[in-house]
Design a protein. Sequence first.
Length: 157
Amino acid sequence: MKFHLYNIGKPDTDFLVAGINNYTDRLKHFIDFTITDLPVLKQGKNLSVELYKQKEGEIIKKAIIKSDIVIILDENGTEYDSRTFADWFNRIMNQGVKQVAFVTGGAYGFSEDIYKIADHKISLSKMTYTHQLVRLVFIEQLYRACTILKGLPYHND
């Protein structure tokens, strides 16, 4: 099974890039994990928020594979503690699909089209994070889930 994280845009600060690379390298010991940074809309400042989200949604829909389980990281999704997230992730891994697509949206969130194709919505917190920081936080939590499932001493209760 492959796990893929799709993001709108690229991280623009060195500490985010370093952290993302660090946890991505760690994750590869547990799962087949890749990241794709999708293009940011050019001329986006001239669009309404709804049209902007719609156009970003089209970019996302073109990138993901129709047979993927699509999981969006959304502020209105289900919140988990780390152990419960690990259990949930384990159930996802046992569904027997070829690929799971995790998706972070842009600064304005997702279009209605993306909500319609999402199989799951998860939230990292009730707090709001930048869409760039969400990548690092999510990848760390994915790594944490893998270590919990393997019984490794990374997570402390």
